[in-house]
Design a protein around this ligand. Sequence first.
Ligand code: 4NP
Length: 157
Amino acid sequence: MSAPAVLFVCLGNICRSPLAEAALRAEAAKAGLVVQVDSAGTGDWHVDCPPDTRAQAVAARHGIDISGYRGRQVTAADFRRFTHIFALDSDNLNNLRRIRPSDGGAALGLLMDMVPGREGSGVTDPYYGDAAGFDATWDDVTRAAMAIVKRLSSIRG
Ligand code: 4NP
């Protein structure tokens, strides 16, 4: 089996999916799990931009520096490069289903489907809200990251 490679996809790639990327990197490191991790957006407005300063701040409060991350737009090739693609909400999941190429082997799903009791729900977009929204985002993506590590560890263990 190829090594797991996980891509998180939201709309802008400056708020939710970079935090999901940071959370999975942190949880995988704690667990000693080797996994490639990246994030992207379905939109192109923030290509080459660093994460929103409020996303950088919540990550920093948890000891993680995401200031070097840069936005990029998801591509059809991502479905060949990654083993798992997680959409942060159902709108982005629907858009990903549209761009998925016929030979794209990545498993595609909704991120919060990984968290018992949160199946079917999206991670709320904190972009238009206040800083507290980013704490809620961090909690959601951390729960999901822990569940992903557990799942990938059991597959590989
Ligand atoms: P994200 O949040 O999808 O979590 O990165 C957003 C960031 C920017 C925009 C929308 C959502 N925007 O419209 O620019």
